[in-house]
Design a protein around this ligand. Structure first.
Ligand SMILES: Cc1cc2nc3c(=O)[nH]c(=O)nc-3n(C[C@H](O)[C@H](O)[C@H](O)COP(=O)(O)OP(=O)(O)OC[C@H]3O[C@@H](n4cnc5c(N)ncnc54)[C@H](O)[C@@H]3O)c2cc1C
Length: 357
């Protein structure tokens, strides 16, 4: 059944009303989650925590989940995902994200903005918390938490949540930082004071062999949670210290090299026409991903993770055929939702980028 004209009008209401509400109070919105920065803490070199007080649309999070965060940088709405580093609380008054400033190979847009321009009192726009890097509700058994660099954030949320529930007795925590200056000292003191089975803060690369030395009984753990920079994650694929473990659960901040290559796509580059809404039609190549192809054509669609995790680039395809770059499966020609970062155009398309801009 197609939506009635009344439901179309209701759906358009926030876009009409929100700008007025925002004039009165930037936190107010009919539907959007927004949060005020109420404190900023320096944790280590180029790594800071933002304490956020959300509006009433914040649904609360599960330990280990991430949230899409958006700000207007140089006039462009820019959205990225950040794992929540605080434990869930019942009152949901505040929560925290911790952001590493990306400098290589060039300054990252949103992380640089958050480190150099964001101030206490500013309001950020947020999506809803998402992700399945979470413990099962009925989890029992020994747990190994392993992080590298900014990958500490979801692990920290899980550790803090377990601490609040007095369940650290069978938990070992291992964190590796690239240098002494990158070690988050206040977090280190906080965790070292908790009754873990073991807490280890290291400097330098973490390899499966090094982990095997630190946690020699790692094969007795029911679950291993792992989050860190791409090279560290790649070292650990299929190997958590040379011995099979129960279940390895990973969270990636960047796509692994081979899947990033597949999302860029190689081969066909036949140009097709894409109607992007508001009467505009652009010519794009059939590879790489629609996201990159549209960017190359001068469009600025919204995106978050660029790897099919966060849904920020989700938009409506009204007609035409796309291929899912991860599965190779082709869509039908009918209307459906697609993600720009994991799809490529196969034919001329009609898109509604309304929400994805
Ligand atoms: C689920 C999830 C959770 C995450 N959680 C966290 C977290 O808790 N903490 C955290 O710090 N990060 C986290 N991230 C990473 C975060 O979302 C951003 O990717 C990160 O902050 C970089 O964003 P940016 O806008 O600063 O960089 P971008 O501007 O998006 O740049 C990304 C990279 O591309 C490079 N680059 C940009 N333009 C060019 C160019 N023209 N040529 C070559 N290279 C270029 C940049 O140098 C950088 O290395 C998470 C990501 C995901 C997917």
């Amino acid at each position: 059944m197609s939506p009635s004209p009344v439901s179309y009008r209701l759906a358009a209401l926030p876009a009409l009303v929100d700008p007025w509400l925002q004039e009165v109070n930037p936190l107010w919105s009919l539907t959007e989650v927004r949060a005020r920065i109420v404190a900023i803490r320096e944790e280590a070199e180029d790594f800071r925590t933002f304490v956020l007080a959300p509006n009433r649309h914040w649904p609360g999070h599960r330990a280990g989940q991430f949230v899409p965060v958006a700000a207007v940088v140089d006039g462009v709405r820019t959205e990225r995902c950040y794992s929540i580093s605080s434990a869930p609380t019942r009152d949901r008054h505040t929560f925290e994200i911790s952001v590493r400033r990306v400098r290589e190979p060039r300054d990252g847009i949103l992380s640089t903005y958050l480190h150099t321009q964001a101030r206490v009192g500013d309001v950020l726009r947020l999506g809803r918390p998402a992700g399945d890097f979470v413990l099962p509700d009925d989890f029992a058994g020994k747990l190994l938490l392993v992080s590298g660099g900014s990958g500490i954030t979801p692990i920290l949320s899980i550790a803090r949540d377990l601490a609040a529930r007095n369940r650290l007795r069978d938990v070992v925590f291992v964190h590796a930082a690239r240098s002494e200056a990158a070690l988050p000292q206040a977090i280190r003191r906080e965790l070292e004071a908790l009754p873990f089975a073991g807490v280890h803060f290291l400097v330098g690369p973490l390899t499966p062999e090094r982990l095997a030395e630190i946690v020699p009984d790692r094969h007795t753990y029911s679950r291993v949670y792992l989050c860190g920079p791409a090279p560290m994650m790649e070292r650990f694929v299929g190997d958590v210290g040379g011995t099979p473990t129960g279940v390895l659960v990973t969270e990636r901040f960047q796509a692994p090299r081979e899947s990033a290559a597949s999302l860029r796509g190689e081969g066909e580059v036949t140009p097709v026409k894409v109607a992007v809404g508001r009467g505009r039609v652009v010519a794009v190549a059939t590879t790489p991903s629609l996201l990159e192809a549209l960017e190359a054509a001068g469009e600025r669609p919204r995106y978050g993770c660029r790897q099919g995790i966060c849904n920020s680039c989700r938009c409506e395809k009204r007609s035409g055929i796309v291929e899912d770059l991860r599965t190779g499966k082709r869509s039908g020609p009918y209307a459906e939702e697609i993600r720009l970062c994991t799809s490529r155009a196969v034919s001329d398309l009609e898109l509604n980028l309304g929400d994805a801009r």
